[in-house]
Design a protein around this ligand. Structure first.
Ligand SMILES: [Zn+2]
Ligand SMILES: [Zn+2]
Length: 140
């Protein structure tokens, strides 16, 4: 278990209760939620929290490299607790985003064809195995 308070303090961010609970949610679920999903979840624990606080905290986390924004769906931002860089798979049917742990020779490169790499996003789209199974069952 990572010490989330340390992560925030190390980044120079004051570890408020709101910020810690947002980070704890991202760390425990890993389901790549939207800001609205995060707000709904945190609101059950901290009823006084505002949407603005959630958005501002997420922006602060992104600016400090603690959270990675994912633009995979093309219509909304989803958030990922920035651990090791990994690829993502987006299911067009159920909207779930899965972590894909696959070997990619470019994942650790800091320069590719002379360009300096700062961020890496590997996106795949399709139909996830759960949705495929459901389809198969419906057909049989
Ligand atoms: Zn699916
Ligand atoms: Zn992820």
């Amino acid at each position: 278990m990572k010490n989330l308070k340390d992560i925030l303090e190390y980044a120079g961010i004051k570890p408020t209760i709101e910020r810690l609970s947002i980070l704890r949610y991202l760390d425990s679920k890993h389901d790549h939620p939207t800001a609205a999903m995060i707000f709904n979840e945190i609101e059950t624990k901290i009823p006084t929290i505002s949407k603005t606080t959630v958005y501002n905290s997420l922006k602060l986390f992104i600016d400090n490299g603690i959270v990675t924004p994912l633009y995979i769906t093309g219509s909304e931002v989803r958030y990922d607790f920035a651990t090791k860089p990994h690829h993502h798979f987006f299911c067009e049917k159920c909207g779930k985003i899965y972590d894909l742990i696959i070997d990619c020779p470019y994942m650790k490169k800091t320069k590719i064809q002379g360009h300096q790499i700062k961020q890496r996003h590997g996106y795949f789209r399709g139909i996830c195995k759960n949705c495929l199974e459901k389809e198969e069952k419906a057909q049989s």
